[in-house]
Design a protein around this ligand. Structure first.
Ligand code: ADP
Length: 271
């Protein structure tokens, strides 16, 4: 039996500083959590900077980053690894989580709540005093490298009775709260990320605020910072503003014509 090393290539050492505009004490909090090797949960709506923050922290802490986007078909074997048939016989392939555990990487499980609960429990032994990953199929207990750390993201807005983290999973993490930044900071981010002028960025942030006010009235989420950046990039690329808003915000955010109309009216009022 051999161990395939290709999964280790999935770990990325980030060489150039990923731009991250801090909004509070999140950098110091994460650094303190990492110093104690505590598992961290980044809690907040979609597109508000959680992934960018982890990339920035991995760069700051000089640790490789392994990112896994969770989805409902993600199995424990997708995370931990599996035997695969090869010409020379059965070969064990480490999954991305196992690769991160062996290597001492930061493992980021994005949108963990999308995964089934029987998948989520594989992280439990890594998040308590055991700090080890049992590979049942292989009969191996992989002790975590001293530098290994686990971070997950969690969007409380999606919470439903069927899709939620088990209480026993939640309580293993220290949480850092994320939200869309205050307007001046969000405009700074849109300017920087899309390379647009302050006036356009400010106008788009206003659109974002108005859309977020419609949350609850049928709209699950308002326009995220990511969406505002998309709109700004379309304008920078030559699209007229109304077409950019339609393509980057109105169409992706809802399939409901009535709701789209309400949002379009709210947007028109802010321009
Ligand atoms: P999430 O992981 O919360 O869904 P992302 O981290 O992918 O969101 O953020 C979406 C985009 O918004 C990023 O690619 C980045 O361009 C931008 N962004 C959001 N917040 C920040 C921030 N504080 N600093 C820098 N960029 C940010």
């Amino acid at each position: 039996m051999t161990v395939d090393a290709s999964a280790h290539l999935a770990a990325e050492l980030i060489r150039d500083e990923p731009y991250y505009r801090p909004v509070g004490d999140e950098i110091d909090l994460f650094a303190a959590a990492y110093a104690g090797r505590l598992p961290v949960m980044l809690k907040g709506p979609t597109g508000c900077g959680k992934t960018r923050f982890v990339e920035h922290m991995a760069w700051r802490l000089k640790r490789p980053l392994v990112t896994v986007a969770a989805h409902e078909d993600l199995t424990a074997a997708d995370l931990a690894g599996r035997f695969l048939l090869a010409p020379e016989g059965t070969v064990w392939h480490d999954g991305p989580l196992t690769a991160a555990v062996r290597l001492g990487a930061i493992c980021y499980l994005d949108e963990i709540v999308e995964a089934r609960q029987d998948t989520t429990v594989v992280i439990h032994p890594l998040t308590d005093a055991r700090r080890a990953l049992p590979l049942d199929k292989k009969g191996e207990l992989v002790p975590a490298h001293p530098d290994f750390q686990l971070t997950i993201s969690y969007n409380p807005g999606y919470q439903s009775a069927v899709k939620d983290l088990k209480e026993s999973t939640k309580q293993r993490f220290v949480a850092i709260e994320f939200d869309y930044p205050e307007p001046a900071i969000e405009a700074e981010i849109v300017m920087r990320e899309a390379g647009v002028a302050a006036a356009l960025a400010g106008g788009l942030v206003d659109v974002g605020l108005r859309s977020r006010n419609l949350r609850g009235d049928g709209l699950a989420e308002g326009a995220s910072t990511r969406m505002l950046i998309h709109a700004a990039k379309l304008v920078r690329g030559g699209a007229p503003l109304d077409a950019a808003l339609r393509s980057a915000i109105l169409l992706p955010i809802t399939d409901e014509p009535d709701l789209r109309e309400a949002l379009a009216a709210a947007i028109a009022a802010s321009l």
